[in-house]
Design a protein around this ligand. Structure first.
Ligand code: NAD
Length: 347
């Protein structure tokens, strides 16, 4: 495997392969860029088809964290870790301790946190071996409500920019996914007077949204073609693709899901269709902003986290304005802005 020639290799500063024979730990930690501060990003536990897939994922995700942290105004770089294998079979206290020692060996160049298949309890074990952990129970806690706040304000910014409206009364929003972020987002939208159309695979969440938030429930494949102002993807990645583009009636796409565009070219395609896209890593940064306040000298403060998350509104407005002025897709503009911050620091 020629690391430096891989398509996803983006001059990552450091890629560390970690193993521990006794516990079966096989992990890769990628430190993409530390220009703005120590690299921060969660650890994912996944049963990859092969090691190439794991490497590809960690390279791509760590680069994404650099851009996300930069646009969120954080003094943090981008990093990510993946543990390879079936979490149901491999998870053990000893394995997480071995992973903690691997993180500790980086001496604070990388801060880890929860991600897919990793819980706060798992991270508490990692924390026994290293201080370079964030998102611990009793500190910043569940990032979901902060991500929901950022996404709600991102929708407000998009509605203001695209439709010229300051409030959401009567604005129709189709929300895909009523999980930790999606349901909290729906509550905020409902309180703000928006009209909700929702879908999920979880019938209990759907019934709750129908009863408590007066939401209209539609089928999983029907959500894309709803006659709404905003489509808010809050479940899966790659929901903006050739099939869904042909169905959208919404003129705004703004939701919390990661990796919403199936391919980079869909950024331009959305613009060509007159759809305003709130770049995913900008609008969904509320959780990492909250977690980031655990890193550093100051004690964690929820009020400060809320203030920083509220700035997502202004950041998105800047992205939308610049994209409009330069006649470029919003995703491309956000990437350019992030690269500028990474090279020159926060102004
Ligand atoms: P979650 O697991 O709590 O919720 C996901 C929801 O999507 C669940 O209710 C699930 O039933 C539903 N779902 C699954 N498949 C579906 C389908 N085919 N159609 C419709 N709904 C489906 O996850 P979450 O924490 O709310 O995160 C949602 C998305 O936001 C994910 O893409 C996640 O990566 C991203 N995100 C989350 C955070 C955070 O703070 N939790 C931060 C940034 C990004």
């Amino acid at each position: 495997m020629a690391l430096f020639d891989l398509v996803d290799f983006d001059h990552h500063e450091q890629v560390v392969f970690c193993s521990d024979e006794q516990t079966g730990l096989k992990a890769i930690i990628a430190v993409h860029n530390t220009n703005l501060g120590p690299a921060a990003g969660g650890c994912r536990f996944w049963d990859y088809a092969n090691e190439d897939e794991a490497l590809k994922d960690v390279l791509r995700l760590s680069r994404g964290m650099t851009y996300k942290n930069a646009m969120a105004g954080l003094h943090l770089g981008g990093g990510k870790a993946v543990i390879i294998g079936n979490p149901k079979q491999l998870k053990s206290e000893a394995l997480f301790k071995a992973f903690g020692r691997a993180v500790n060996n980086l001496g604070g160049r990388y801060y880890t946190a929860e991600d897919v298949n990793i819980t706060t309890a798992d991270m508490a074990i990692v924390n026994q071996e290293t201080q370079f952990v964030s998102g611990l129970e009793g500190k910043s806690g569940n990032p979901g409500p902060f991500t929901a706040l950022g996404t709600f304000l991102g929708i407000k910014a998009a509605v203001k920019f695209k439709l010229g409206k300051d409030d959401l009364t009567g604005i129709k929003v189709a929300v895909q996914g009523l999980g930790s972020v999606g349901y909290s987002l729906c509550e905020k939208l409902h309180r703000a007077g928006a009209i909700l159309v929702v879908t999920d695979i979880n019938q209990i969440a759907l019934d709750k949204a129908q009863t408590e938030l007066n939401a209209k429930v539609v089928g999983l494949d029907e959500i894309y073609a709803q006659d709404v102002d905003v489509f808010a993807p809050c479940a899966l990645g790659a929901t903006v693709n050739d099939q869904t583009l042909a169905q959208f009636k919404a003129t705004i796409i703004a939701g919390c899901a990661n990796n919403q565009l199936a391919e980079a070219r869909h950024d331009q395609a959305l613009m060509d269709q007159g759809i305003l896209y709130a770049p995913d890593y900008v609008i969904n940064a509320g959780g990492i902003i909250n977690v980031a306040l655990e890193i550093g000298e100051e004690p964690y403060c929820a009020n400060q986290a809320t203030k920083l998350v509220e700035d997502i509104y202004n950041t998105l407005m800047k992205v939308f304005s610049k994209a409009h002025e330069e006649n470029l897709p919003t995703g491309l503009v956000a990437d350019k802005m992030a690269r500028d911050i990474i090279a020159n620091g926060h102004k």
